[in-house]
Design a protein around this ligand. Structure first.
Ligand code: NAD
Length: 342
């Protein structure tokens, strides 16, 4: 069964979703919507729909969904919508898609606590599926890392660390609407922390942030941040994040009583070494487009399976609310310089 999808946003995220759609069997991109019609048209040029023809470029989602509803009385075209437009549009776009009975795969973040609750309530009442794009959940290396913590009886989880450094630096225009480094970037690692901690809420969080880069300072953006989270079960979680970096840095490590496990940056190629040491080191997957290419596609395939009723949605309303609560607490700590109790 072929599913038809409408993609909203033709920026960086729109591009990786378009690549995933293009590479996914039984999925057809029918519409690309961007406020900037030229960007939508440019992205259309990259899509190969074979005999069924290219997607249509639009600048207004509501008009697309209305037209779909009109022809939908006979044969509805769009099965689901991917929201990959700017962060501040996610809640409105999701609600609009729900009004027209479309399932939604939405880029993070979905919205504030009230908006998250409302979106999931509406999805449930209309029997629609909603999944937020935490693609690290569908990345085989992060999955193996988290699985390793449960694999054997290795004692208690003492320390868990996630490191995320962005590369290249996102544009200032993007940063101005991104909701800040915690909600925009660290929310992925907070999500993984919550999976590893099986939904346990931290007792308290404490964060330091600093900005050296003058452009980021002017944009009021935190450049470097370290977060400590303390758990009743005895685990200490450290999140390290930077907007600037010498390279795209995506790592994790954990230490239990009997196990040390780490996930490194992914190499593009083979590393050669002799007894005298490394003689050729491979470059790493150096942008999010390279590093998460497979994860974005897995995420999309998983969402299609959710729609087809084959699997359960792994990213629940409860997950999103805990994530938002932790992000809020970290932001308060950054503002006040105090430890924040949850
Ligand atoms: N999961 C990830 O790895 C990942 C990576 C990058 C971005 N993102 C998320 O994706 C979203 C987009 O990020 P980006 O980097 O593509 O930003 P971007 O600025 O490159 O693109 C955003 C696009 O949305 C369009 N847009 C804005 N308002 C719109 C509206 N009302 N209707 C239609 N289009 C509209 C803009 O014209 C622009 O083309 C952000 O929320 C970001 O958090 C996720």
């Amino acid at each position: 069964m072929v599913l038809n999808v409408c993609l909203i946003g033709a920026g960086r995220a729109g591009q990786f979703h378009a690549i995933s759609i293009n590479n996914t069997p039984n999925l057809r991109l029918t519409h690309i919507v961007d406020l900037n019609l030229e960007k939508a048209k440019q992205l259309v040029e990259t899509i190969d729909n074979g005999d069924s023809g290219p997607p249509m470029a639009h600048d207004n989602l509501e008009r697309v969904l209305e037209a779909d509803l009109r022809c939908g009385l006979v044969n509805s075209e769009i099965n689901f919508v991917i929201v990959a437009s700017s962060t501040q549009t996610h809640y409105d776009m999701t609600m609009l898609a729900f009004r027209y009975n479309k399932h939604v795969l939405c880029e993070k973040p979905l919205g504030n606590v009230d908006q998250i609750k409302e979106c999931y309530q509406i999805a449930e009442s209309k029997k629609l599926h909603l999944m937020v794009g935490f693609q690290k959940r569908f990345d085989k290396n992060y999955l193996n890392f988290i699985k390793s913590l449960d694999m054997y009886d290795m004692g208690s989880l003492n320390q868990l660390t996630f490191i995320t450094r962005d590369f290249p630096v996102p544009s200032i225009e993007y940063l101005k609407t991104s909701n800040g480094i915690i909600n925009d970037m660290l929310s992925h690692d907070i999500d993984l922390t919550n999976v590893a901690m099986k939904g346990e809420k931290p007792i308290s969080v404490f964060a330091f942030g600093h900005t050296n880069n003058s452009e980021l300072k002017e944009a009021n953006e935190i450049e470097h941040v370290n977060v400590l989270m303390n758990y009743a079960s005895g685990t200490i979680v450290t999140l390290v994040g930077s907007r600037t970096s010498t390279h795209y840095d995506q790592r994790a490590e954990a230490y239990t009583d009997l196990l040390y496990t780490k996930m490194d940056n992914l190499k593009v190629d083979t590393t050669f070494s002799t007894e005298n040491g490394v003689i050729m080191e491979s470059p790493i997957e150096n942008t999010f487009l390279q590093r998460y290419k497979d994860a974005y596609q897995n995420e999309l395939k998983y969402f299609m399976d959710i729609i087809k009723g084959k699997v359960e949605n792994p990213i629940t309303c409860k997950d999103m609310l805990l994530n938002a609560e932790i992000c809020n607490a970290i932001n308060v700590s950054l503002k006040t310089g105090e430890k924040v109790t949850l």
